[in-house]
Ligand binder design. Structure first.
Ligand SMILES: [Zn+2]
Length: 102
């Protein structure tokens, strides 16, 4: 392989998505010591490792339920009264415009 890696090609190499011949050619290029491509390879390898781990960061179902319940409570306590307050202020100033914010 005479040319340097592209980001896409390097990311595919890291994820082992390339045909064997292309993969071997690129591995040889790395072993030949191309500093630029080795740096690129290491960057994409790190990214693949981190994004691969993201799967394990799925929040627990119970935590999602609690978060939604808290949000719903806060929404009723703070946001809805503020809408009424704003609506009343507009009425008092004779603005007459409806509050369409959601
Ligand atoms: Zn290179």
């Amino acid at each position: 392989m005479n040319s340097h890696f592209t980001d896409e090609g390097c990311f595919d190499l890291v994820r082992r998505l390339l045909p064997p011949a292309q993969s071997e050619s690129m591995q040889q290029h790395l072993q030949d010591g191309c500093q630029r491509c080795n740096e690129l390879y290491n960057i994409w390898k790190t990214i693949a490792e981190v994004t691969g781990r993201e799967v394990f960061y799925e929040p627990a179902e119970q935590a999602v339920r609690v978060a939604k319940a808290v949000y719903a409570t806060r929404h009723r306590q703070y946001i809805l009264p503020m809408r009424v307050l704003r609506s009343n202020q507009k009425s008092a100033t004779g603005g007459g415009a409806r509050d369409n914010t959601t």
